[in-house]
Design a protein around this ligand. Structure first.
Ligand code: WTA
Length: 655
C-alpha cells in the first residue's frame, strides 16, 4: 500500500520561506555540490561578525572547525542586532507560570538584563573560558543566564531541573565548573522543586564552585551561605547596563550539555559558537517557516537541547517572539496547553510525541474547548511519532490545515537535520521525510555500505555540518570511539532507520544502550551503575519496554546481595534511590528482583533477552550463548511460556 501523502496547501506554500519541492531540491543540490560556498554565504548574510572568517571549514576527521578566523558572539546575534530596528520593543519572551503569572520581556528588556548580569559576573571575577552551571526552572532568567554567559564567553552547562543533587554534582565535577546559577525553587503540578537545596547538597562536595547566584522565584525557605551564595536581585541592583559583547572566536565553546551515553558516565557534548548559531538560525526559517509577526512556542524544557536550540538561541537569533511556560501540560486541568495557545494566539507549536499521546488519552473535549485557529504549523521532536498520533495531531489540533514538521535531530547534532520544509515537502505520517540542505545522511550496514530502499539499517551522517558537536568535554578519544569508529568514516547516530523508495527517512529508534523515555534520553548503563551503588543490590540490568504513552518505559532487573529480603518495600526503596541518584524522571516503571541474570559464557549480561522478555514476555532468537538457561525460565513472568522457551531452545540446539 502506498504511504499516505499530505501535501502543503497552496495558501501555505505561497507564503512559505521555501515554497515548492523544486525550490527545496535546488537548495539541497546547491549545498551538496558546493557545501562551503553554501554555508559560507549564509554565515555572511545571516550572522553578525566582529571580524569576518577567512575559511569556511577545516575537516580533520572526526574534528571539524567552521568559519575559521571569524569573530562573533551568540548573545550579540540574539539581542544587540535587533535593537536598532522595529524589534527593539517587540516581545522576545512571553512567560507564563503554572499559577497563571505572566511576564513579557521585550528585546530591549532582555538585552538590559543580560548586560547587567554579565557585568555582575565580571565583577565577581568571571571571564571568557570559565564554566558555569545553570540549574534553573523555566523562567526567563534561565535564558538571561545563558545569554549573559555567552556574552562573556563563559561556557554554560544547563542541568535540567528534574535532575537530583547527585546528578548535578557529577556534572559540576566533570565540567570543573566554578559558578552556579540557580533559583530558590521551581514548580511543577503545584509542587515546589527545591533547586537551591539540591544545589547545596551538591556543592558540599564541590569546593571549586566559588559563587552561586540565586534567583528568587517562589519565595521558598532556603539557607544562604555567607560568601558563596548571592541573591540575584541584590547583585543586579544598580549593576551597569553597558557591557559590550566579547568578540569570540567562531569555535569558542558556547555550551556543554550532558547527555546519556552507553556507559554510566554522562557525556559532555560540546557546542561552539558560530556554526551552532547559524544552523539553529537557519532551521527556524527552513523548518518553522518563521514570520516576523509569529508567536512561537516550543514546549521543551530549557535543560534539554531542544530548549537550547529552539527556545533560546534559534528563536532569539531570528528576533522571534517565543513563549515560555513553566509547568505541567495538565495543570490545573488537561487543557492547559490549548488554553495557552488560545490566549497568546500561538502560530507555531512544537512539542513531543509523548505529550501528543497523553493528550489523545485525555480526550478531544479538552482541545475542542478552545479556539486553536491561530495555529499555522505544528512540530514534533524527541522520538518517533506513530502514525496514529501524527494523524490525531493533524486533525484535532491542526484542523487538517497545519502541516506537521517531524524533526529528527539529537543533542549531538545541535540543530534539526531531517525534517520537511513545510511549504515544500509533502509529509507522510511517521516519517521525518528529507534531510535539510547541507545534511547528508545515509542508511547503512555495519560496514558502511548503503542498504537498499525499504530495508532497515543504521542512520549515519556522511559530511560535517556547522552545528555538529565538536567533541565530548575533555575526552576527544571517547568522542572518536563512540561516534566515529563503529561504522567507518561516518558519524554514527545510534539510531536505526529505513529510507523508502521516495528517499524519505523513517527513524525507528535507538540501537545502543540508550532508551528514550518520554523523549528523555536515559542510559541503561547509568541506571545500572546507580542501582549497584545501593547497598542491597549485587547486579542490575536495565532495559526499555515499549510503552503506549512514553514511547519506552524503564524496567530494571536486579539481584540482591546475600540474605537481603526481596520485599515490595525494597522495590519501592530502589525506585526512590534511582530518583535520588539521577532524578525523578528516571524512576523505573518496574523493578524485578530476581535470583540471577542471564549471562553469556564470558559473563556478559544478555540484555537482549531481557528486552525480549519484557517486550513479548517470551524469548525467541539465538540463545545458544546463554550460560544458564534455567535463569531465564525463572525470569519469565508466566510459567506457561516455559514450554515455548524449551521448544525454542531445542530448535537452537538442533540448528
Ligand atoms: C530520538 C532531542 C524519531 C532519536 C532533539 C535520537 C527522534 C534521540 C526524533 C535524540 C524524531 C529525536 N523521530 N526519533 N523526529 N527526534 N529522536 O539527544 O532516537 O535528547 O537519537 O535530542 O531522540 O535525543 P536528544
Amino acid at each position: 500500500m502506498a504511504d499516505e501523502l499530505y501535501s502543503p496547501t497552496p495558501e501555505f506554500s505561497q507564503r512559505a520561506v521555501v515554497s515548492s519541492r523544486a525550490a527545496y531540491d535546488r537548495l539541497y543540490r546547491a549545498a551538496l555540490d558546493h557545501p562551503e560556498e553554501f554555508w559560507g554565504d549564509l554565515a555572511r548574510q545571516e550572522l553578525h561578525w566582529f571580524q569576518p572568517f577567512n575559511k569556511v571549514l577545516d575537516w580533520q576527521p572526526p574534528f571539524a572547525k567552521w568559519f575559521l578566523g571569524g569573530r562573533t558572539n551568540a548573545a550579540y546575534n540574539c539581542l544587540d542586532r535587533h535593537l536598532s530596528g522595529a524589534r527593539k520593543n517587540k516581545a522576545a519572551i512571553i512567560w507564563e507560570g503554572e499559577n497563571f503569572e505572566q511576564r513579557v520581556l521585550t528585546y530591549q528588556d532582555l538585552f538590559r538584563r543580560v548586560s547587567k548580569l554579565a557585568n555582575v559576573l565580571k565583577r565577581l571575577g568571571y571571564k571568557t573560558g570559565d564554566r558555569a552551571i545553570i540549574y534553573m526552572p523555566m523562567v526567563p532568567e534561565a535564558a538571561v543566564a545563558m545569554l549573559a554567559c555567552a556574552r562573556l564567553g563563559i561556557i554554560h552547562s544547563v542541568v535540567f531541573g528534574g535532575f537530583s543533587s547527585e546528578a548535578l554534582k557529577t556534572r559540576i565535577d566533570d565540567l570543573n565548573a566554578n559558578l552556579v546559577l540557580t533559583a530558590d525553587a521551581g514548580q511543577r503540578r503545584g509542587r515546589e522543586i527545591p533547586l537551591k537545596r539540591n544545589m547545596d547538597a551538591a556543592l558540599a562536595e564541590c569546593p571549586g564552585v566559588r559563587h552561586s547566584i540565586v534567583y528568587r522565584h517562589k519565595g521558598a525557605e532556603i539557607a544562604m551561605r555567607e560568601g558563596r551564595d548571592h541573591w540575584w536581585h541584590d547583585l543586579m541592583f544598580g549593576a551597569p547596563e553597558d557591557c559590550p559583547a566579547e568578540a569570540l572566536d567562531s569555535e569558542h565553546p558556547l555550551y556543554v550539555l550532558y547527555t546519556s551515553g552507553t556507559t554510566g558516565k554522562p557525556k559532555g557534548v560540546v557546542h561552539t559558537t558560530a556554526g551552532y548559531l547559524l544552523q539553529t538560525h537557519m532551521t527556524m526559517q527552513w523548518v518553522f517557516d518563521l514570520r516576523e509577526e509569529d508567536t512561537y512556542w516550543c514546549t521543551a524544557d530549557i535543560g534539554w537541547v531542544t530548549g537550547h536550540s529552539y527556545i533560546v538561541y534559534g528563536p532569539l537569533s531570528m528576533g522571534a517572539t517565543t513563549l515560555m511556560y513553566e509547568g505541567a501540560p495538565d495543570w490545573p486541568e488537561p487543557d492547559r496547553f490549548w488554553r495557552l495557545i488560545e490566549k497568546y494566539r500561538v502560530n507555531v507549536f512544537y512539542t513531543s510525541p509523548t505529550a501528543i499521546r497523553s493528550f489523545i488519552r485525555l480526550g478531544d473535549q479538552w482541545p475542542n474547548k478552545h479556539d486553536l485557529g491561530s495555529l499555522r504549523l505544528l512540530g514534533s521532536v524527541g522520538e518517533p511519532i506513530n502514525p496514529a498520533a501524527w494523524k490525531w495531531y493533524h486533525q484535532v489540533i491542526g484542523k487538517d490545515r497545519c502541516p506537521i514538521v517531524d524533526t529528527w535531530w539529537q543533542t549531538e547534532t545541535g540543530a534539526i537535520m531531517i525534517s520537511p520544509m513545510p511549504g515544500a515537502v509533502a509529509t507522510k505520517p511517521g516519517s521525518a521525510t528529507l534531510p535539510l540542505p547541507g545534511i547528508v545522511p545515509d542508511v547503512v550496514d555495519l560496514r558502511g555500505e548503503p542498504v537498499p530502499a525499504g530495508q532497515q539499517g543504521y542512520l549515519v551522517i556522511r559530511r560535517p555540518w556547522p552545528a555538529m558537536f565538536r567533541t565530548l568535554y575533555g575526552d576527544d578519544e571517547r568522542y572518536r570511539q563512540t561516534y566515529w569508529t563503529k561504522i567507518p568514516d561516518v558519524y554514527f547516530t545510534g539510531d536505526a532507520a529505513r529510507r523508502d523508495a521516495d528517499g524519505y527517512y523513517w527513524v525507528l529508534g535507538r540501537v545502543d544502550d540508550v532508551i528514550n523515555v518520554s523523549g528523555h534520553r536515559l542510559s541503561t548503563m547509568e541506571v545500572e551503575s546507580a542501582m549497584v551503588r545501593h547497598a542491597a543490590v549485587a547486579e542490575a540490568a536495565a532495559v526499555g519496554r515499549p510503552h503506549d504513552l512514553k514511547g519506552q518505559a524503564l524496567v530494571v532487573f536486579a539481584t540482591c546481595k546475600g540474605g537481603v529480603p526481596k520485599s515490595p518495600e525494597l522495590v519501592e526503596e530502589l525506585r526512590q534511590w534511582i530518583g535520588h541518584e539521577i532524578g525523578g524522571f528516571a524512576r523505573p516503571d518496574e523493578i524485578r528482583l530476581v535470583e540471577a541474570l542471564p549471562k553469556t559464557r564470558s559473563g556478559k549480561i544478555m540484555r537482549r533477552l531481557l528486552r525480549e522478555l519484557v517486550t513479548a514476555d517470551k524469548i525467541s532468537g539465538d540463545t545458544t550463548t546463554l550460560e544458564d538457561y534455567s535463569v531465564l525460565l525463572k525470569l519469565s513472568a508466566e510459567g506457561k511460556e516455559e514450554e515455548e522457551i524449551l521448544e525454542q531452545k531445542a530448535k537452537n540446539t538442533r540448528s
